[in-house]
Design a protein around this ligand. Sequence first.
Ligand SMILES: Cc1cc2nc3c(=O)[nH]c(=O)nc-3n(C[C@H](O)[C@H](O)[C@H](O)COP(=O)(O)OP(=O)(O)OC[C@H]3O[C@@H](n4cnc5c(N)ncnc54)[C@H](O)[C@@H]3O)c2cc1C
Length: 165
Amino acid sequence: MAGYLRPTELNEALSALEAAPLVIVAGGTDYYPARVGRPLDDDVLDVTALPGLRDMAELDDCWRIGALVTWTDIIRADLPPLFDGLKLAAREVGGPQVQNAGTLAGNICNASPAADGMPGLLALDAEIELASVAGARKMPLGEFVTGNRRTERRANELVTGIRIP
Ligand SMILES: Cc1cc2nc3c(=O)[nH]c(=O)nc-3n(C[C@H](O)[C@H](O)[C@H](O)COP(=O)(O)OP(=O)(O)OC[C@H]3O[C@@H](n4cnc5c(N)ncnc54)[C@H](O)[C@@H]3O)c2cc1C
């Protein structure tokens, strides 16, 4: 039987990913359209209740975009001109409903060749933050996405954010 988890703590989410392979769902705007017309039989980890992942913040050496930041959040945020390309891309993604639910991290993890988040983030030398029960690691976006629908994310890892130096 398919399961559905919606943890409210990061540790809970990481323990669940460690225990079993789960399909991570954020905004669901790639997940659900890919399954139209057939029963949903995945064991799902819904990450939308995890705290602290919807922030955009300027840290000492980078900007950090949390994994739950949506396209609408990017459009509305007061960001430096460095992000103008990304804002333009955000306005092109689907329509407002998709922009309200869809996340930048989901766009990257889905690894579609048509992902509108990729060019802007590659141009900004973005890095991907990954977390598992073993700890955190980060890697350049250009190494994270390895092909059509393929990434370097391990089955027990969650993307927690995107860092722009
Ligand atoms: C009508 C429509 C129009 C669209 N138009 C565009 C468009 O113009 N341009 C474009 O680029 N995209 C478009 N999309 C695709 C989609 O909206 C975007 O790719 C969106 O950013 C996906 O984010 P999400 O949070 O909904 O991802 P989800 O559907 O929740 O997840 C997508 C993938 O990422 C994985 N994932 C999500 N979050 C994490 C995480 N934190 N850690 C690890 N894995 C994770 C999921 O397991 C899944 O494989 C469109 C979709 C629809 C339905």
